[in-house]
Design a protein around this ligand. Structure first.
Ligand code: TA6
Length: 277
């Protein structure tokens, strides 16, 4: 399971060919921004816990609720690495997945998916999905970003105020009032095209998630009980992470006709609130 290490004066990073999954990003002068579980399993057909898993061609169990494996097959297969470039300390890594490498009877189409990860003073992730078939298809997609935080119980997310979300725990649709905070398990799919900012007082920083081509923002923290129930997740690791995911899921799924393409992009950046000495 190959991976590429980025180590330049601008940033440290790591991306695995398994799932074309970003595993690490730490801009110079900052604490790590992308979180990876210390219990993550690296093996064939296993999702790596943390980083930025690519969910495709469905999210969770899909719109039918009957799809498997969870979050689709893209994160479980090796993507060919097709290009790496470096300029001024920024490193870009491209992977391409087609039906040649990964096919599933639940998604019987010809497709081409290009992932580009750019590691610099920002982390830029771009997913381009092309319909190379002769028939239309629909898909869900998400960049399931695990952000490292100082203490999940003290962070807040602004930018989703007034957005409707599906609360997956209550199976209810709710409108967000005020910032998103975490005082228990949170698993919400917001209908929102907005950028969001995660405020992390414990690390004295803010992380901005700027996006384009995405109508869904998913927010997740497993909290105590679910963390203990996951073998590849430390019992106390819920405090160290928050997922802020960029996608198009549920009724925001994308339909492509033959020859059409859809691009989704997220730019992660961090700003410190520590007083300059
Ligand atoms: O993005 C939130 C979510 O859909 C949660 O429901 C939880 O299942 C999480 O993804 C992790 O899913 P995974 O299949 O990676 O364990």
């Amino acid at each position: 399971m190959g991976s590429l290490i980025v180590d330049t004066p601008v940033a440290i990073g790591r991306i695995s060919d398994h799932g074309a999954q970003v595993l690490q990003w730490q801009p110079s002068g900052a604490e790590p921004v992308i979180w990876l579980s210390s219990h993550a399993v690296f093996a064939r057909d296993v999702a790596i816990r943390g980083g930025v898993p690519i969910c495709f061609p469905w999210f969770g169990a899909g719109r039918s609720g009957a799809m498997s494996p969870a979050h689709g097959f893209a994160r479980l297969v090796t993507w060919p690495c097709t290009a790496t470039t470096e300029q001024d300390g920024m490193v870009a890594v491209e992977h391409v997945l087609t039906q040649e490498q990964a096919v599933d009877p639940q998604f019987p189409y010809r497709y081409r998916m290009t992932s580009t990860a750019s590691f610099g003073d920002e982390l830029t992730l771009t997913l381009l999905v092309e319909n190379t078939d002769a028939t239309p298809f629909s898909f869900e997609v998400a960049l399931h970003t695990y952000l490292a935080v100082g203490d999940a119980s003290s962070v807040s997310i602004v930018g989703l105020e007034g957005a409707e979300y599906h609360d997956k725990l209550l199976d209810r649709h709710v409108v967000q009032a005020g910032p998103v905070i975490f005082d228990g398990e949170v698993d919400r799919v917001y209908s929102s095209t907005s950028d969001v900012i995660l405020r992390d007082p414990a690390l004295a920083r803010s992380v901005t998630i700027a996006k384009s081509g995405s109508a869904s923002t998913i927010v997740w923290n497993p909290w105590v009980d679910k963390s203990r129930a996951m073998a590849d997740f430390g019992d106390e690791e819920w405090r160290d992470m928050v997922c802020v995911e960029t996608g198009n899921v549920g009724d925001r799924a994308i339909t492509l006709h033959p020859g059409e393409a859809h691009e989704m992009k997220v730019i992660v950046s961090v700003s410190s609130h520590r007083p300059t000495s």
